[in-house]
Write a protein that binds this ligand. Sequence first.
Ligand SMILES: CCC(=O)SCCNC(=O)CCNC(=O)[C@H](O)C(C)(C)COP(=O)(O)OP(=O)(O)OC[C@H]1O[C@@H](n2cnc3c(N)ncnc32)[C@H](O)[C@@H]1OP(=O)(O)O
Ligand SMILES: NC(=O)c1ccc[n+]([C@@H]2O[C@H](COP(=O)([O-])OP(=O)(O)OC[C@H]3O[C@@H](n4cnc5c(N)ncnc54)[C@H](O)[C@@H]3O)[C@@H](O)[C@H]2O)c1
Length: 331
Amino acid sequence: MPIPTFQAYRLHGGADGAPPEGRFDTLSEDDLSAGNTLIKVAYAGLNYKDALAQAGRGNVVRQYPRIGGIDLSGTVVHSTDPALAPGQEVVVHGFGIGVDCDGGYAEYARVPHDWVLPLPAGITLRDAAVLGAAGFTAALSLHWMEHCGLTPDQGEVLVTGATGGVAGIAIDILSQRGYRVCAMSGKPDAADYLRSLGAAEVMAPPDLSAPIKPLMSARWAGVIDSVGGPLLAHALASVRPDGVVAAFGNAGGAELPTSVIPFILRGVKLLGINANSPMPLRRALWQKLATDYRPQRLDLAARVIQPQDLPQALAAMLERGSTGRSVVRFS
Ligand SMILES: CCC(=O)SCCNC(=O)CCNC(=O)[C@H](O)C(C)(C)COP(=O)(O)OP(=O)(O)OC[C@H]1O[C@@H](n2cnc3c(N)ncnc32)[C@H](O)[C@@H]1OP(=O)(O)O
Ligand SMILES: NC(=O)c1ccc[n+]([C@@H]2O[C@H](COP(=O)([O-])OP(=O)(O)OC[C@H]3O[C@@H](n4cnc5c(N)ncnc54)[C@H](O)[C@@H]3O)[C@@H](O)[C@H]2O)c1
């Protein structure tokens, strides 16, 4: 039976390179980009990349109209894959949803079956969206850091851009695994929130107007970095011998004004993190998010908003006006 028409938040290309215009459109299933699996969206996350897309920045969306939303949770309506039965609860993130094809900011989404991940036992639709691409990125960062030998007894872990969606979940996971976490944030009002997530210490960012020395006193056993730019360069100079740095973000800039010195004199390992992982790694890490890496304080970071609040909430992310992880509820 065909589904009824539904609402979708779509970006429409601006004329002559102007930013796209976002608006709610009434669509039918045939308007969605191709796929053999239809999902009734429960929640979709708000990610920095979604905010860039809405603002027309970073060349994130190249074809319009486009339904935004790089992650979603929901239930299967129908699929040609017999493994995805109607009513199955699922999560989808990356693979170009919300960017190269339609994403989660709609009552329905249609995707290829092999992008669809059934929820691990014990994770609700709401928590799956609160985790979403952000929780996966935090888990992926820690997974590779621990693969490179990071353990809680090696010392403190710095988390930058600490009030952000990915960073907040990272603080929660790290602290419940026994790491001593130092949260770095330029928002003095956020200290109580960051401590409640599990940060042992909250510090302000350094003065980045002064030249960054190739090495400074070694402090961090690990760094989980949302920010990039000079802040990451500064952090690299303070990583302990054989420490591990996971770089996943560019909220503060895409350049990296560093030198090889931390790498060749202290053996610092810089890990690139791309959440668009192959499916076997996704399955393994979502299972870990439900067990060993399960955040204990997700509700403290989570905010549920209504669809009409989406445009403004996305715009606030680019002005450093958001804290934690917001999800928009569609059903
Ligand atoms: C959740 C994940 C995130 O939040 S990621 C963070 C948000 N994203 C960003 O900030 C991206 C901003 N984008 C940019 O700065 C530019 O589009 C970048 C990536 C530098 C490429 O721009 P430009 O120099 O014009 O190159 P181009 O488009 O001609 O492509 C050159 C080759 O690179 C490739 N490329 C492009 N984009 C991506 C991508 N996202 N992932 C992987 N590869 C990419 C292109 O395919 C092209 O390679 P090829 O010639 O096709 O072999
Ligand atoms: N590599 C990946 O696969 C991947 C996955 C998810 C997110 N990301 C990237 O990670 C970053 C964080 O994503 P998010 O969804 O958590 O976003 P967010 O908006 O929730 O968090 C961004 C954080 O960075 C801070 N910030 C912004 N500008 C800054 C600046 N100039 N200096 C210092 N801090 C600054 C904000 O205050 C906020 O705390 C973004 O750059 C995003 O594109 C990458």
